[in-house]
Ligand binder design. Sequence first.
Ligand code: ARG
Length: 594
Amino acid sequence: MEKILNLITAEMKKAFARCGYEESYAKVVLSNRPDLCEYQCNGAMAAAKAYKKKPIDIAGQVVESLRAARDEGGAAMFSEVQAVMPGFINLRLAGGFLAGYLNGMQREGKLGLEEPGHGETIIVDYGGANVAKPLHVGHLRSAVIGESIKRMGNFLGYHMVGDVHLGDWGLQMGLIIEELRSRKPELPYFDEGYQGEYPSEPPFTIGELEEIYPAASIKAKGDEAFKERAQTATFKLQNGYGPYIAIWRHIMAVSLADLKKNYDSLDVHFDLWKGESDAQPYIPWLIEDLQQKGLAYESQGALVVDVARDSDAKEFPPCIIRKSDGAALYATSDLGTILEREKLYAPAKYIYITDKRQELHFTQVFRVAKKAGYVKEDTPMVHIGFGTMNGKDGKPFKTRDGGTMRLECLIGDINEAVYGRIRENRTMPDEEAAQTAKTVGLAALKYGDLSNQAAKDYIFDLERFSSFEGNTGPYILYTIVRIKSILAKCKEASGQAKEARILAAEGGTEKGLMLELSKYNDALLNAFAEAAPHKVCQYVYDLANAFNGFYRDNKILAQEDKALQASWIRLITLTKDVLATCIHVLGFEAPDQM
Ligand code: ARG
């Protein structure tokens, strides 16, 4: 279905044209004074300059024309149109028109969503976990934001390909290999004369692996010789040294199983489990090609590509492709990955989601990719850089003893807080309460993150996020659960209501709810166009508030006018469906009870 705002604008354009004014002035926006009107058009002010007339005269003329069209039985879209000083056109929608729009939403698939996508492939690079290092809260934001953008895109008709793009090829591998050698020198991987097959059993458990890496990392800080050995091991691994490749495979297998479990618990699912290692086969060609094209040149022993543009406000550093010691870098593997993605998917767009501190890196990579012609000039490459998740002290979130908080622990904490609230509120069997706490806890965590504009830092506030009131995930779920429970209570009436239509409402919280519902299409399309899940959160929050206002003012179960009751049941069913659809694209679901 056409967005409601577009329908209103189209009507306004006709009126401007009838009065002899350029249609482009007929822009309609949501009212910023809901007490005065629902929508407004401020175009008469701009038109006044062009036509050398008073804004109020133009507004008055357009209003007259809208009224005349209505009186002639034309589109009865507005119940009220008014010209107001200095030249605003204030609008209220006719109840019948609005109800008709909502009835259309009920009838159509995806609640009348207009799908802008036609199966175009979009790569979403998110998650970005580093193998053998435990997932920590820093990875949370990428996973949560990326999953939502991916779900939105799929829902809107694009073919979203989500890739976790693991950090699986860096120094952490050499550190683990060397630490393993010092702990278990007897392993065949360290025996240069060993001829046999390497064991299929990994030489460590996930618990050990998680302990080995931090220990090695600390050791490397104080022990220069150890660090050098780790660098050499990394270099040998990257050059395909058999025994180390065998260890690397074990690290990957053990670590991946654990990562998958963690992402599953976040209800985050990737289409591809690729990583930096997959980019390596493309790198020799990449370097040669960049040199041949005359783009890469030697600078202080390193190989670099200039990416500065005249339009840059600041000096823009070149992109380093190879270090003086011959090692490839983060940018090199991102370029290699782009070559692979072009070959396998030829995507129409790229979206990367990382910490905003990586912005320079991505700008450099995107510029090289375009300059070398690997990615078409008009293919959008977008980096969504997010801010830091801080603790209540305003500093990056840490555990109580100052360590890095592991994601699992964070999820555990939030589930516990929610569990407490559920037990406080009502008596639910323990097991059910624990299950519900998981569902609600995930919503608390994800909504707490997504409701902030991604680029901003935010404070992780367990108390606030898990509250059932205010702009929180649990509040949204609570609203859905409330609707489900009303519908269950009037089951018989609900059955009959299936045939019913939503009836017109001329005002009050009933119309308020209808107005919110009609913005669904607009809200989702805008949020995706701007890759901004927080806009979906804002919409569901407004909608939940509108519903709760309606619920407060109207006794649905006790309503004696059966036609009206049936209309209300349809209305709240639609509300539930819109809310459920929106939270699904945000990445969480509602329980049946809470
Ligand atoms: N592994 C990286 C990190 O932890 C994030 C990877 C992001 N994606 C990419 N294509 N560079 O910082």
